[in-house]
Ligand binder design. Structure first.
Ligand code: ZN
Length: 140
């Protein structure tokens, strides 16, 4: 499956300290009716919850990291899930000893955060349950 889109609008912004990144991005997408596009960001968090999808058990293993970390890279896409704009976001975080952790983003609290949302036009991709993986992947 491959789709071609054109860029419609580009947003750049920041979130203030203590805001939760994923819920604020979701709110922003819904308020601006953005259901197709790309997300990126950098900054720092005070704590985060990230996940690793266990392909055998088909469950996310999640872990919370309650410590200050840099967001080296936050990257994701925007599509529709259950008819609503849905951001799928992954993140690489660096710790005080410069080691990195990363995974599927569940929750992250802002120390500082600068982001871009690139909205694309056309019919958005739509997520549906995928039997092969147990994930909600793009169906169309
Ligand atoms: Zn993911």
């Amino acid at each position: 499956m491959l789709r071609k889109f054109n860029i419609k609008r580009i947003f750049q912004g920041r979130l203030f300290k203590d805001y939760e990144i994923l819920s604020e991005i979701t709110k922003f997408l819904k308020e601006n009716s953005i259901s197709s596009g790309l997300i990126s960001g950098i900054g720092a968090v005070t704590k985060a919850k990230i996940g690793y999808y266990d392909q055998k058990t088909r469950q996310y293993i999640t872990q919370e990291f309650d410590e200050p970390m840099e967001i080296l890279s936050l990257k994701g896409n925007i599509s529709l899930k259950d008819g609503e704009p849905f951001p799928h976001v992954h993140v690489i975080l660096s710790r005080g000893d410069f080691s990195c952790i990363g995974g599927h983003l569940f929750e992250a609290y802002v120390f500082a955060f600068e982001f871009e949302v690139i909205e694309t036009d056309g019919t958005p991709c739509e997520r549906g349950f995928d039997e092969d993986t147990g994930l909600f992947l793009w169906k169309s």
